[in-house]
Design a protein around this ligand. Structure first.
Ligand SMILES: [Zn+2]
Length: 371
């Protein structure tokens, strides 16, 4: 009897083990099938990441002073990940606001931009610069990795609004009003005090100029008061190029529901960042693409899929399990397919939303210029 029971026990264990391995094989097969669908989707849809800090790393790969840069975005990695385009940020950290320090920031910004253009020249068979929304599809068809320039921290224009036009003339098409700290334009979300409690008078002139030039007003990094003021004041839709959802993780860099609703009501976008620290309370090693898509779906459910996209913040703190660099972008598409997203919604998320908003911003600029 004992022998019969132990035989039954062993048989049950074997059956369970074979069920587990059957389930594992089935899920591997399903993952492979979803990756095939993702592969084919990435060939036919336009994909853009609206914030990477990789220009700084690629300009100075030997500089050990940069703690967060890792070369997460290169043109070959973009190709491997089915990522067509990135907003490459020219980033300046917040310094003192006196005229001499401000001018140093301006000079640094133009120098970094020139250096990255030299880098692009050396890789001209792989990449090309986009100057407007209509450039993207033709460049994708040529097989180029596409660079659109953006400015991170309005401190980069110093105290002279004419610098904004000079950066525009170089191809910069968005500007984050500030970084983590207060500047001459508005307040930063990690500063200890709120100085302006909205846009400053200079900040209003800057938003006017961004609208006039047809550049995107980027409201990531700013305080809630500055964001709501900028969105209300801007004549064109605004974009948070790399932000998360406050209700999932209470972090000053993340957006509360009223901020998300205000951006969407104006026709703008919330582009979710991929920094582990902004996405989840869990230990960094446990944060994955699933957490990222949770933030995306929160925005989708709150204001609609027409208002959400991605801005990884690679080489600026972005990256997580399954999305360590731009060669792994398709894992996001796989996760969306697994959750039942339609191909149309996936296309909106990956690029159609951004193209639509950029065209509206460009059109508003032409209107204001009387063209
Ligand atoms: Zn940033």
């Amino acid at each position: 009897m004992k022998k019969i029971l132990s035989f039954i026990g062993i048989a049950a264990v074997l059956a369970m083990a074979s069920n587990v391995s059957f389930a594992q094989n089935a899920s591997k097969e399903q993952d492979a099938r979803l990756m095939e669908i993702a592969d084919s989707l990435h060939k036919v849809m336009f994909t853009i990441d609206t914030h990477v800090d990789s220009a700084e790393y690629l300009n100075h790969p030997d500089n050990k002073g940069y703690s967060v840069t890792k070369g997460q975005v290169t043109f070959p990695k973009m190709k491997a990940g089915g990522l067509d385009a990135c907003f490459f940020a020219i980033y300046v950290g917040q310094g003192k606001l006196d005229p001499v320090s401000s001018q140093k920031a301006v000079d640094y910004g133009f120098r970094e931009l020139r250096l990255f253009k030299e880098y692009m020249k050396k890789h001209e068979s792989e990449c090309a610069q986009a100057w407007c929304a209509d450039d993207f599809w033709p460049l994708k068809k040529q097989g180029k990795s596409i660079v659109m320039f953006t400015l991170e921290n309005g401190y980069v224009i110093g105290k002279d609004i004419n610098n904004l036009r000079k950066f525009y003339n170089e191809g910069c098409r968005a500007m984050t009003l500030t970084h983590n700290y207060n500047n001459d334009i508005c307040d930063g979300s990690r500063d200890s005090v709120e100085h302006w409690r909205g846009l400053s008078p200079f900040g209003r002139a800057v938003v006017d100029s961004l609208n006039y030039l047809g550049m995107i007003v980027d409201v990531s990094h700013v305080t809630r008061a500055s964001l709501l003021d900028a969105v209300a004041y801007s004549k064109a839709p605004c974009v948070a190029t790399h932000s998360g959802v406050w209700n999932i993780k209470n972090h000053p860099r993340n957006l509360r529901d009223d901020e998300i609703k205000a951006i969407a009501a104006k026709g703008g976008l919330i582009q979710i960042g991929s920094g582990r620290f902004f996405l989840s309370w869990r230990p960094k090693t446990e944060v994955s693409v699933k957490n990222f898509v949770d933030h995306v779906e929160y925005v989708k459910n709150l204001v609609g899929v027409e208002h959400v996209g991605i801005g990884t913040d690679f080489d600026g703190g972005g990256g997580m399990n399954g999305l360590e660099d731009s060669s792994q972008m398709k894992n996001i598409t796989v996760e969306m397919l697994r959750r039942g997203w339609t191909h149309e919604d996936i296309k909106l998320f990956w690029g159609e939303n951004l193209l639509r908003v950029l065209r509206i911003v460009e059109q508003k600029g032409k209107e204001l210029q009387g063209r």
